[in-house]
Design a protein around this ligand. Structure first.
Ligand SMILES: NC(=O)c1ccc[n+]([C@@H]2O[C@H](COP(=O)([O-])OP(=O)(O)OC[C@H]3O[C@@H](n4cnc5c(N)ncnc54)[C@H](OP(=O)(O)O)[C@@H]3O)[C@@H](O)[C@H]2O)c1
Length: 265
């Protein structure tokens, strides 16, 4: 009899916990974000900016172990929880396992930022099948299946895809990068329609913000001279766009260009 009462009260407690979690998710009170490629550069700044905004962070990275650990320390220094996950999104991984790992750790996930990327100068004629696969896996397949797994679990949340102002241009020197980011833009819009009203899906198109890792500031300055604003943008410009999309309850299917008007050239 005593054992029966104990089992009953555990069941009641679990039910209450479920209801509480359901309420918090529905009311959008929980703030837990997964950022792919979050160890350094823009990904790191996105993690820190979201941590300051009150998000607990699931930081995904591929090779930058030390940088991921350093970013984790900084996030914890801001008083937020941080869970690190390593994986190569170019391998035939089960993307749902990544989402499951975050749910297992935090019990919830409310924001997915598809940020991981490669940016290789490659024209059409020199693009190998492997280059093609890597770009498509990273810029399309991973966002597709991470979004799918996220949408199956999340009751109220948002997805932000990091695109590029090139999605509306026809520059050909990064052919397969541009092609795969153009596809990601279309996926963003299709998903905004598919996943509403529970999940909002938006995109950000940076212009000249950070030089590629093998280039210096001069690369950016030269690029920026060809844009209407004639100077590069700041990381803070991207973070402002990100926070705008994150804070909104209504913006859906929006592509924000943070490019100084580069897409118009
Ligand atoms: N920088 C700019 O000015 C600019 C301009 C236009 C668009 N964007 C877009 O904004 C986003 C952030 O830009 P960024 O320049 O900071 O990006 P990035 O440095 O080119 O890449 C971000 C991260 O992607 C991860 N990544 C690469 N290959 C991976 C793989 N196979 N599996 C898993 N992760 C992988 C890397 O993680 P590890 O370091 O851990 O290996 C890397 O740190 C990107 O989507 C980019 O396309 C940026």
């Amino acid at each position: 009899m005593e054992r029966f009462a104990k089992r009953n009260s555990i069941a009641l407690y679990r039910r209450a916990l479920d209801l509480f979690t359901h309420f918090r998710q529905g009311a959008g009170l929980e703030k837990i974000a997964l950022i792919t490629g979050g160890a350094k550069r823009l990904g790191r700044d996105i993690c820190l900016s979201l941590a300051k905004e009150g998000f607990d962070i699931a930081l995904h990275y591929h090779t930058s172990t030390d940088a991921a650990e350093q970013t984790r320390k900084e996030i914890k220094g801001l008083g937020r929880r941080c869970f690190i996950i390593q994986s190569n999104l170019n391998e035939p991984v089960l993307h749902s396992e990544l989402i499951d790992a975050v749910y297992h750790h935090f019990g919830n996930l409310t924001l997915l930022i598809n940020n991981a990327s490669i940016f290789k100068k490659l024209d059409f004629k020199h693009t190998s099948p492997m280059d093609f696969d890597q770009n498509v896996m990273l810029h399309m397949k991973a966002p597709f299946f991470l979004s799918q797994a996220f949408s199956k679990k999340c009751q109220k949340g948002a997805i932000i895809n990091m695109l590029d102002t090139r999605v509306d241009q026809y520059k050909t020197e990064h052919f397969v990068y541009t092609l795969s980011k153009k596809s990601l833009k279309e996926m963003t819009l299709l998903l905004a329609k598919t996943l509403a009203p529970d999940i909002r899906v938006n995109g950000i198109c940076p212009g000249a913000i950070l030089p590629p890792e093998n280039q210096g500031e001069q690369y950016l300055e030269q690029l920026a001279q060809k844009t209407p604003m004639k100077h590069p943008g700041h990381v803070q410009d991207i973070l402002s766009a990100l926070l705008y999309l994150t804070r909104s309850n209504y913006v859906n299917g929006e592509i924000l260009y943070v490019d100084g008007g580069e897409r118009l050239t």
